[in-house]
Design a protein. Sequence first.
Length: 153
Amino acid sequence: MNTVSDTNLGFTYKHAFWLLVAVLIFNASFGDFFEFGSDADEVVLKRQLPQGDWLYITRYGAMVTDMDTLRFFISKPLDGNDADLLKKLNKGGEFLITDSALENVVIQETPDGVAITLKGAVYLYFSEEYVTEGDQLRSYRITLTQLGSATRD
């Protein structure tokens, strides 16, 4: 005959639930210390655009097996030092990710946005970028010219 002790499992769903809750609370409290995400490492270029917004380029230094990447953002002017800028930019969305070296990137202003010429692989590209500030919406047309697909030397 089965008794309660025979069917009682040592690790129940109730224990698993509370373990999960504890892990989530720990991650919410100390997550910044253990985060190994794909956030950028440094701001390598800041450039004001004619409409008053800024073009930011950040560099992500990848692990040994991956290529470093440049990430391009258009944003309203951001205050603070580079570490503060990185936190704010990494929460937003980039419009271009490439493995180009900064010296292989040429940026020109156009009447309706920005023209970017680069040498290297493009991993992500959006041709339109929008910046909102209050009730005002500004759009930027992003024209991309890629010279060859060879990665940087």
